[in-house]
Ligand binder design. Structure first.
Ligand code: MN
Length: 234
């Protein structure tokens, strides 16, 4: 097969303990999936989970022990961090029941769902899609994937984010409104999941702005540390 120009490279994430990388197909994200974060965004009560996507090439892949770099994005004055547990799907399927979800998981990673909050809020007000607020270039930093057998009990892991050494977000994955298995059940009812699909599972409370020069350190217990610095706008 030949192409009129070279195809874009396949986005991929390193896997701890092995040379082969995890090739990424899609990035699904869950909205408002911790109660205290839903409250800070002005919502209460349990609602069905809802989803949005980011393009696979929005990933900023950061190797273990390294500091990644993401440019401050265009068009925003309110660039927010959202620390999240990321689930990496290893076996696809549709209409997966929560009780069967575990066997579809390849592993887990620490991710940041970076958000142009001012643009997202404008789109919400106007009833328009969130793409410009959520799915922009470099909006999805991620650390290496830990295979599930080595990840411990991520469903009860501490999750936190520090900016320049100060704690901004701190919670437990146990506080997810829709846990990982339930999220996979809902997501796979709407889309057929495939190997290579990442799921950003939602962020706890404490979202706030960062500026150029800030260093973000995100952690999920058992999954290592994701460190990213905000570079000046390109
Ligand atoms: Mn999020």
């Amino acid at each position: 097969m030949s192409f009129v120009f070279s195809p874009a490279p396949v986005a991929s994430v390193p896997v701890l303990g092995q040379a082969e990388r995890y090739p990424v197909r899609r990035i699904y994200c869950v909205g408002r999936n911790y109660e205290e974060h839903a409250k800070e965004m002005g919502f209460t009560g349990r609602e069905p989970p809802f989803f949005f996507l980011k393009p696979a090439d929005a990933l900023v892949v950061v190797n273990e022990g390294e500091t990644g770099a993401m440019p401050y994005p265009s068009l925003t004055q309110n660039f927010h961090h959202e620390i999240e547990l990321v689930v990496a799907i290893g076996t696809g399927g549709r209409n997966i029941k929560a009780a069967d979800a575990e066997k579809h998981i390849f592993g887990y990673a620490v991710g940041l769902d970076m958000t142009r909050r001012d643009l997202q809020n404008d789109m919400k007000k106007q009833g328009r899609p969130w793409c410009i607020g959520k799915a922009f270039d470099h909006s999805a930093p991620i650390g290496p994937i830990t295979p599930k057998a080595k990840a411990g009990n991520v469903n009860e892991a501490e999750i936190d984010l520090l900016v320049n050494g100060a704690v901004r977000q701190k919670s437990s994955v146990a506080k997810l409104i829709w846990n990982v298995a339930e999220t996979i059940e809902h997501l796979s009812a709407a889309w057929e999941l495939q190997p290579g699909d990442l799921i950003y599972t939602g962020t706890p409370e404490g979202v706030a702005a960062v500026v150029a020069g800030d260093t973000l350190v995100g952690r999920v217990a058992g999954l290592g540390t994701l460190t990213v610095k905000v570079d000046p706008a390109k």
